[in-house]
Design a protein around this ligand. Structure first.
Ligand code: ADP
Ligand code: MG
Length: 680
């Protein structure tokens, strides 16, 4: 029977309902899923060592014949040891097997095998423990190793894959059009699938990998383009009047040059016949909110409405309060829409919106999930956009007819990555902080001198300033290590102990939104002096009077996240401090935290973070809204990424045959369905 990629894996011999169920657990249903389940690494048996040369401690392959076998020795219950002596022309070595009677029995005297395993410690006495054994006449000596999965061995997977490849038509349709394969020197799909799994040698595996990485990145890039493709149409919301003088007169400070530049760029976009699609990237505290405010003012002056979506209710609240102060005097009518509001409150807001009585609506996900109509919506701003997925951003834009979009991010990411994630967004960088800011002084200290930190905090509270203490966990959970501070208990301890004379508040993610709001208000007004909190204060919270950020168990956080937390202080004129408490002795961890001591520059922090953790963790699955990549690695495949961008453009310009177009469209649909899954 001939297979195609969409055939169910149960058609393979050896895959019955039981194994199919195991495959299902790792999301493998069809032959395609199976063949796109890529090896984790390879075992290289192509160049076995001589026994005499095999280096101690190292994993290596040895080709040798069996010269002697001991009978199994019973050591204790559950442990039987067998020894096998093997030899080659250079010498001999002893191999120890544990509970492997059948394996040892199967070894034939005088026959050659490949033994793959770690050599013993002694340079003089050659030995190996429990190696993997392969026939010496392997058809391929470069073997794929698959990620470990309960019940499925690498060998089973290899067998199923080998069978699939044998049954698959060599001329199977390739989603990469032939001209692209020629231009970028990429092998055919069949070759790639065969050689990623059953390579003759390292080189063929590499050729296969490059093609598959290219394919994955290209399909992702095309999918993201297709999500945005609509926005190339003519805008329904042309803004003729971009005079922001009244706005400038209203704000209590003068804009920084970088803010001014970003606002100019936004204004220029708003006058163009195509919708704006712009990313405003700037370090924490650089004043991105002003850019959003100016944009919404321009839109208002032209008779339209704007929406601002924030990732948390706290942040939405804060934007609502801050921007109301600024924009209401200019005649703008603001509204807030959050999930936690009562049904009646929400209904009222929606009604005002429909009646055209709102010029700027600020909210959370509620803006997309509530059945709210936003007919006159000309501008969509997403704040701290890295918290939203591609699809979520798009959904808000779909509430209206091609609105302008502005996304704001404090997570600086390299340009190529930005292009991948946002496609052809224009980028404005705010690379300057408002004047008078002093860099936040950052220290990494051990909990032994916490008392001194408390005293330091108190001195500042006594001067009318405020501070935060952030802890990694909320409640004393089931398996919380004892040394992890938890917000509620800790706040309690502090309020009764060292900070008995101060007003201490606590804030965490599990509180009801109304309570969170109450606490944030109390902190913003200075009623609460010391706020003990989880990372709910991480994004965007702006209380300029807070000058100390102390973080417990700092090693538990990513660098970019700590940088975000640090950004909560240093927002006013006072010297601010970030104190990272960590007793972790791991040198890598220490070095990582020291990066924050050395630099205040978010770009440098992000760069280090990206290098140390890789983009998967750095961006976080949830945060970038991209589907999980199976083979490409956004940080190390930069060169391919650049070619993919070029190819994406070329595909936009060229004429493809119907067949080629259809194959591409199918791939794109597949990816988008995965992006969709992730949001649920
Ligand atoms: P972020 O870029 O992190 O979103 P915000 O927009 O919250 O930064 O601004 C941080 C703080 O700086 C706010 O208190 C804001 O009022 C203030 N700010 C913004 N622009 C200026 C400026 N040009 N001069 C002085 N203060 C400013
Ligand atoms: Mg902000």
């Amino acid at each position: 029977m001939a297979l195609n990629l969409d055939t169910n894996i149960q058609y393979l011999t050896g895959v019955g309902p039981k194994r199919a169920a195991l495959y299902q657990k790792i999301d493998i249903h069809t032959i395609r899923d199976l063949l796109y389940y890529f090896p984790r690494s390879y075992i290289d048996l192509t160049q076995p060592s001589f026994i005499a040369d095999a280096p101690p401690w190292e994993v290596c392959a040895v080709r040798a014949r069996v010269v002697a076998k001991s009978s199994p020795q019973y050591v204790r219950k559950g442990l039987t040891i067998s020894k096998v002596k093997v030899a080659d022309d250079s010498g001999s070595m002893m191999i120890t097997f544990f509970n492997a009677k059948y394996t040892v029995d199967a070894l034939q005297y005088d026959k050659e095998y490949l033994f793959y395993g770690k050599m013993g410690a002694s340079p003089a006495k050659k030995e190996m423990h429990a190696p993997a054994i392969y026939p010496a006449d392997l058809p391929s000596a470069f073997l794929a190793v698959y990620p470990l999965t309960q019940g499925l061995s690498s060998k089973m997977i290899s067998q199923n894959i080998e069978q699939s490849l044998g049954l698959l038509d060599e001329n199977l349709p390739d989603p990469l059009p032939a001209f692209l394969r020629r231009k970028y020197q990429l092998c055919h799909l069949h070759f790639a699938l065969k050689n990623i799994h059953l390579p003759a040698d390292r080189e063929s595996a590499e050729i296969a990998r490059r093609r598959l990485v290219f394919e994955e990145l290209l399909m992702l890039s095309l999918s993201l383009h297709s999500v945005r493709a609509d926005s190339y149409s003519q805008t329904a919301f042309l803004c003729k009047n971009t005079d922001i003088t009244p706005f400038l007169q209203q704000i209590p400070f003068s804009l920084t040059g970088a803010q001014q530049r970003a606002i100019d760029e936004v204004c220029a976009d708003l006058q163009k016949p195509t919708p704006m699609n712009r990313l405003v990237q700037g370090d924490v505290g650089s004043g991105k909110t002003m850019v959003a405010a100016a944009a919404s003012f321009v839109v208002f002056q032209n008779g339209y409405m704007s929406a601002l979506m924030a990732p948390t209710e706290i942040l939405a609240q804060q934007h609502y309060q801050g921007l109301s102060k600024l924009l209401t005097p200019l005649g703008m009518r603001l509204a807030l829409l959050c999930g936690s509001m009562t049904a009646k409150e929400k209904r009222d807001v929606k009604e005002r919106i429909v009646l055209g009585m709102v010029d700027l609506v600020i909210g959370t996900h509620a803006l997309i999930s509530e059945d709210v109509d936003l007919p006159n919506l000309a501008l969509v701003v997403t704040d701290e956009q890295h918290r939203f997925g591609v699809a979520q951003r798009t959904r808000l834009s779909e509430k209206s007819d091609h609105p302008h979009t502005l996304v704001m991010s404090a997570t600086p990411i390299p340009r190529t990555l930005a292009l991948m994630i946002y496609g052809d967004l224009d980028v404005s960088s705010i690379d300057q902080l408002p004047p008078g800011r002093q860099p936040v002084k950052t220290y990494v200290i051990s909990s032994k001198i916490k008392q001194r930190v408390y005293n330091f905090l108190k001195e500042h509270l006594d001067r009318g300033l405020q501070g935060y203490i952030v802890c990694p966990l909320v409640e004393a959970g089931d398996n919380t290590p004892a040394n992890l501070q938890n917000a509620e208990e800790y706040a309690d301890q502090l309020a009764r102990g060292p900070f008995a004379d101060y007003r201490v508040g606590v804030l965490h993610g599990k509180m009801r939104p109304k309570d969170k709001e109450r606490i944030m208000d109390a902190f913003a007004s200075g009623e609460i002096q010391l706020l003990v909190s989880t990372t709910v204060v991480e994004v965007g919270v702006d209380v300029p009077n807070a000058v100390i950020m102390m973080v417990e168990n700092a090693e538990r956080f990513g660098l970019s996240q700590l940088h975000q937390l640090r950004g909560r202080v240093g927002r006013g004129q006072e010297q601010s401090y970030c104190i990272l408490i960590s007793d972790n002795q791991n040198p890598d961890t220490k070095e990582r935290l020291e990066v924050l001591h050395r630099t205040n520059d978010g770009f440098k922090v992000a760069e280090y973070d990206l290098k140390a953790r890789g983009p998967g963790d750095f961006l976080g699955k949830r945060q970038h809204g991209l589907p999980q990549l199976k083979i490409a690695d956004l940080s190390s495949n930069m060169d391919i990424l650049l070619q993919v961008q070029q190819a994406t453009e070329e595909l936009g310009r060229c004429q493809l045959s119907d067949g080629e177009r259809e194959l591409l469209d199918q791939e794109i649909a597949r990816i988008l369905s995965r992006v969709g899954d992730q949001l649920n």
